[in-house]
Design a binder for this molecule. Sequence first.
Ligand code: AMP
Length: 270
Amino acid sequence: MKIIKSIFDLNKEIKDFKNIGFVPTMGGIHLGHASLIKASQKKKRMTIVSIFVNPKQFNNANDYKKYPRNIKNDIISLKKLNVDYLFVPKTKDIYKFKAKKFVLKKKDKILCAKFRKDHFEGVLNVMNRLMSIIKSKDLFMGEKDFQQLFLIRRFLSKKFNVRINSCPTIRTTNKIALSTRNKLLNKKSLKKASQIAIFLNKIKFKSKLHSSRSNINLSDLKKELEKKFDIKIDYLEFRDEKNLKLNNFKNKFRLFAAYHINKIRLIDNF
Ligand code: AMP
């Protein structure tokens, strides 16, 4: 695996490659990231992983400061996964050139966009920059961050003529969605996160049974969960998979949740 830190060196190295598979990450490599890398390798792509903790997508300075970073371990994991290139750019290099600014419309200010001001503007900004550097044919992203996937597909896939390969959420055996942020949870919070995931999965299962749909009152369930687990829930909503509209159960739908457990914000969907 070649580790590249400058945009110039990366350009030199990859300019002739036509089959790049790009896996953007913020590091803290786990099996969720590994699944994206394997999906790229399965397609026989020359796989580039980036690690960049993007300051512009954090709406809270403390959250950015506390975000788990461990580049040494990440390099070991990525070498084991036979990644071709690891790109670790510096913040000043990523933001030194001019690039389009993205503004979300009012109708997009749902789910995380409603609760994390400017978060997705920051995500789209950095992805626009990374993709203009890497110019891959294939991008690999996780359904764990479904709204992110949705917005990148809408705003960037045409511009870069890139195929966005969405990969299912990888979970621990006790059903917690793998996430770098899980490293910030203590044992008690991890146990709760597992119970919450199992609970939400059951609600999704029930919602698929025709007869019980109308009996599911998410606002009551939200209150119940908040009380039972001592958490604060930002949202708990069924939404259409295609357009993220509030679900009328006619099309394929998912249950989306974001909650704060011991001051750590987690998101998931089922
Ligand atoms: P992150 O490092 O958290 O920014 O995530 C980098 C990429 O990995 C994103 O496309 C995420 O959606 C994806 N990802 C994160 N966690 C998981 C997971 N548990 N399963 C599958 N993909 C994931």
